[in-house]
Ligand binder design. Structure first.
Ligand SMILES: Cc1cc2nc3c(=O)[nH]c(=O)nc-3n(C[C@H](O)[C@H](O)[C@H](O)COP(=O)(O)O)c2cc1C
Length: 370
């Protein structure tokens, strides 16, 4: 393919992969797309290791990083980060009760504190943390820097540009996309409500062309519900110049999600990708589990503001759930496309299938219009 996104990064197809898994990232970039690493679960030390590994394995292909920079947050300093239990006993007690009742084992007392500390440390949701991650990434040959949840600060955009790094940001509404454009972003990612992870309420079908028109002539990637070539064709037809996918990579052979979670994803219908604030404090499309269900019941506590809800779930819920591996507890951010994810394929196969179905879709449209 040949359009502005391909030219911007020297890639063969404008297929961008959001992933937390370095193996997926490398495979997508090697297949001719562009892999972007989510840093929201990484400590600075772990990010250094991941980027070093990527640089050694990606064969000079372009890649990027994605950083959570929420516009509203509670800034927490040092040890205060770990005190959510004392600060919010009712919310902790509710989570503990829900997991206990579902048979999700408690953590062994001996290593509970260390496990919690590790988990909490890697919840990088606040400016103090994300700044450090950005500085580390700037020491590596990244091609693109993506800001999730908010418009990147002008100073960061300028520093990225000075290093030849392109900047983009996710938007769930045209007004957010316009702010990204004003901040100097090189392209915008329009995220429809069907997407996995943080998302707004407007469907891809309605949102993509609106954002394309709002930020023109800036290029736009369509995100939310893209896993197949027909959806890539739809994005191009609606004026996007490429796609940004997250959920589909979870089901690939290279993905590092637990095998039990992968099995749950393969069995899940689209309806199980629910909108909830219970995993981060912000609306996030997530695979249903006992906690997302319990948080909708009458009498459930309200969710805490970010990053406190994320610390509660990622620090106190996820370590238990991932240790016990009980299906009712397992969860991940995932979009409605989960209903189409029924078997494990390699990243390269997914990529290849997307492109061949795109060509078929184009031929079908050409036939209908001639
Ligand atoms: C497991 C998972 C984790 C995600 N985490 C982030 C994140 O940390 N930062 C971010 O910008 N987007 C994140 N997203 C959202 C993706 O960037 C993207 O918008 C979304 O996956 C696109 O829709 P799709 O899931 O239908 O492909 C995540 C998505 C998934 C599936």
């Amino acid at each position: 393919m040949n359009n502005r996104m391909c030219e911007m990064f020297g890639i063969e197809a404008p297929i961008f992969a959001f992933t937390h898994c370095r193996d997926v990232l490398v495979e997508v970039s090697k297949a001719g797309g562009l892999g972007v690493l989510g840093t929201s679960r990484l400590t600075p030390q772990k990010l250094r290791e991941e980027l070093k590994w990527i640089d050694a394995h990606i064969g000079g292909r372009p890649y990027g990083i994605d950083v959570l920079m929420p516009s509203s947050f509670e800034n927490l300093e040092g040890e205060q980060k770990f005190d959510t239990q004392a600060m919010h006993p009712r919310e902790h007690a509710y989570l503990t009760k829900v997991l206990d009742e579902a048979g999700v084992g408690r953590l062994p007392e001996a290593d509970e504190a260390a496990l919690l500390r590790d988990a909490v440390h890697s919840v990088s949701f606040i400016p103090n943390d994300t700044r450090e991650l950005i500085e580390i990434a700037f020491e590596h040959p990244i091609s693109v820097f993506v800001s999730a949840l908010g418009t990147p600060a002008k100073e960061i955009v300028d520093r990225a540009h000075a290093r030849g790094i392109k900047v983009a940001a996710l938007a769930g509404a045209p007004k957010h996309a316009l702010k990204h454009k004003e901040a100097g972003c090189d392209f915008v990612i329009a995220v429809g409500t069907e997407a996995g992870g943080h998302t707004g309420n407007i469907t891809s079908m309605v949102l993509w062309p609106r954002i394309v028109d709002a930020v023109a002539p800036l290029p736009v990637l369509g995100a939310g519900g893209v896993a197949r070539g027909r959806q890539v064709a739809a994005a191009l037809a609606l004026g996007c110049e490429g796609v940004w996918c997250g959920s589909v990579w979870l089901s690939t052979a290279q993905s590092d999600v637990l095998p039990e979670l992968k099995a749950k994803l393969f069995a899940a219908p689209s309806e199980d990708a629910v909108l909830t604030k219970s995993v981060t404090g912000k609306q996030c499309r997530t695979l249903r589990n006992v906690y997302t269900d319990a948080m909708t019941r009458p009498g459930a506590p309200a969710t805490l503001p970010p990053p406190l809800q994320a610390i509660l779930w990622w620090g106190h819920g996820i370590p238990r759930v991932n240790r016990s591996r009980i299906a009712a507890g397992l969860t991940t951010a995932v979009g409605q496309i989960v209903g189409d994810m029924t078997e494990e394929l390699s990243v390269r196969q997914v990529f290849h299938d997307m492109l061949s179905e795109l060509i078929e879709a184009k031929d079908r449209m050409d036939r209908q219009m001639s």
